[in-house]
Write a protein that binds this ligand. Structure first.
Ligand code: FAD
Length: 307
């Protein structure tokens, strides 16, 4: 029940100011967003890849309001690519981007976001890696899928995310599975109305399994974005039934959540990619992590009260 309230707060400027200014926030934020700059994050990339994990890097930020901020987002990703080039890790470290951070919601935003994300995709390809387009709220998805298709013309490895809670996703999955896309399937992290999305956890979980089956049986590359132990074992079973080898799909989990499971899956020979966020504009990302697990919120509130 708390989840929707926290998600509503994630879009409130007043709450953003309040929470960002609380002295204790930083310690709790660090669990999920372990750095602010590329320099902070390079040792973490080295540590995780040293443990046999792969990464997808997210420079946090979303819902920007000016074209200059969108250009700054593009430049932040280009600076990251420069550092990744030195590390020579190829596709072991890819990038995840939110198109709202690249200007998608501004006037002429579809074209602007495409123009800003294209150089990042090109720079990624030049160092042997790729980019995945995150899924944001449902109103942004037609534009996201069109940008994904446009980018795939020259860079077919460009990935996208689909959300099991949306009714539309089964059809999206069939299309993407048929055209050979790299697709991350997640449950969905935004507050969506009942007209477009399942609201009950068991309905979302059932949809997740149906959609995953479509992806596993299709021509593309499925990326299982979930910490749910039941879904992880169902994914292994579906991959086996579809005759997929361990390098023909991968698991993905968020930095700071079920870290021991990241290592276990990697040790079992699975591709395991850790979604690792860094940067200063962490509010929206952090609030979605609180909304996913009420215990996180309790811990956060307790830390504030005991300070
Ligand atoms: P849940 O049933 O929510 O969780 C299963 C178990 O995992 C919980 O019991 C708990 O032990 C643990 N867990 C889950 N979340 C947390 C948490 N925040 N803190 C502590 N423990 C937790 N959503 C989008 O809408 N768009 C995206 O582009 C997107 N990208 C993602 C990328 C990756 C790699 C992952 C893993 C998730 C992404 N998400 C995205 C978020 C996703 O939609 C879910 O909100 C999130 O993954 C929680 O769902 P779950 O599948 O882990 O299952």
């Amino acid at each position: 029940m708390l989840g929707p309230v926290i998600l509503a707060a994630s879009r409130s400027d007043r709450m953003r100011r309040l929470i960002s200014a609380a002295p204790v926030t930083k310690q709790v934020v660090d669990r999920f967003i372990p750095g602010e700059t590329v320099d902070d994050i390079v040792p973490i990339i080295e540590e995780l890849t040293g443990h046999g994990l792969e990464l997808t890097m997210d420079v946090v930020g979303e819902d920007i309001t000016t074209p200059e901020q969108a250009a700054a987002a593009r430049d932040a990703y280009l600076a990251l690519v420069d550092r990744l080039k030195e590390l020579q890790l190829g596709e072991r470290v890819e990038m995840s981007v939110k198109l709202s951070m690249f200007g998608q919601a501004l006037e002429g935003g579809h074209e602007l976001a495409l123009a800003n994300v294209r150089p990042v995709v090109e720079a990624a390809a030049a160092i042997g890696t790729t980019v995945t387009l995150d899924a944001e709220d449902h109103t942004t998805l037609d534009s996201m899928f069109a940008i994904h298709e446009a980018l795939r013309e020259d860079h077919p490895q460009t990935g996208c995310v689909i959300q099991a809670y949306l009714f539309r996703t089964e059809a999206d999955a069939s299309r993407l599975a048929a055209n050979g896309s790299r697709v991350r399937l997640v449950k969905g992290a935004y507050k969506e109305p009942a007209e477009v999305a399942h609201q009950q956890k068991h309905e979302i979980d059932k949809a997740y399994v149906r959609i995953l089956k479509v992806l596993m049986e299709g021509e593309g590359y499925p990326m299982i974005g979930s910490h749910d132990p039941r879904l992880v074992s169902i994914a292994q079973e579906l991959a086996r039934k579809a005759g997929r080898k361990p390098d023909e799909y991968e698991f993905q989990m968020l930095y700071g959540i079920r870290g021991e499971e990241h290592l276990r899956l990697a040790a079992e020979g699975h591709r395991m990619r850790v979604y690792t966020a860094y940067g200063t504009d962490w509010y929206g990302y952090f609030m979605r992590r609180l909304a996913e697990k009420p215990a996180n919120l309790r811990f956060f509130v307790r830390s504030m009260l005991t300070k």
